[in-house]
Design a protein around this ligand. Structure first.
Ligand code: IMP
Length: 183
């Protein structure tokens, strides 16, 4: 076991049961809102992969998947200020009903950049589904159309969210703390 594993502590913030119940509600709302129209879910790698997999199975519509990857955080918990496109969508989104699926809305820098890129495809519609929202951290004026949970300004991991590439597989969403306090 590495030394860092011993000094980091996890405290559950949102349980797997609460996540499952909320994701099911979000799926019901999306199904109702699009009223039989097909939707294209676009997940932001890697964090949104777990959420997208669960959300997609709660949507009773013709659903397609694509993924986009950007780099913004590196291995630190501070936003670098720069958002670089690492992987674009595989095909044109022209005329599609895009739902951008993100693990967490924080400063909004990442989604603002991605929104601009995707709107250039001229989709029929564009909405955002974010599992978590740290409203108090927002720098860009952007909001989630479907939001799972508003959370305080704490660094969280699990259910797809990582710290330096770790903890994505935790079933619950946890606050990560070190022995000297919050990360
Ligand atoms: P934004 O551009 O500041 O909105 O950052 C969004 C991205 O930052 C998310 O997709 C995450 O990858 C990362 N992020 C922000 N807050 C957290 C957190 O508490 N835990 C893990 N990743 C986070």
């Amino acid at each position: 076991m590495s030394e860092s594993l011993e000094v980091e502590k996890l405290k559950i913030l949102i349980t797997r049961e609460q996540i499952a119940a909320r994701v099911a509600e979000m799926g019901v709302r999306i199904t109702a809102d699009y009223a039989g129209e097909p939707v294209a879910l676009i997940g932001v790698l890697k964090g949104a992969a777990v959420f997208l997999a669960d959300l997609a199975r709660q949507i009773n519509l013709d659903v397609s998947f694509d993924f986009i990857a950007v780099s913004s955080y590196g291995n630190s918990t501070q936003h670098s200020g720069e958002v670089r496109l690492v992987k674009d969508v595989d095909s044109s989104m022209q005329g599609k009903n895009i739902i951008l699926v993100e693990d967490i809305l924080d400063t909004g820098l990442t989604l603002t950049r991605i929104r601009r890129l995707l709107q250039a495809h001229e989709p029929a519609s564009f909405r955002i589904a974010a599992l978590l929202d740290k409203v108090s951290r927002r720098i860009e004026a952007i909001h989630g159309d479907y939001v799972g949970f508003e959370i305080p300004d704490e660094f969280v991991v699990g259910y797809g969210l990582d710290f330096a590439g770790r903890y994505r597989n935790l079933p619950d969403i946890c606050v990560l703390e070190s022995d000297s306090g919050k990360i």
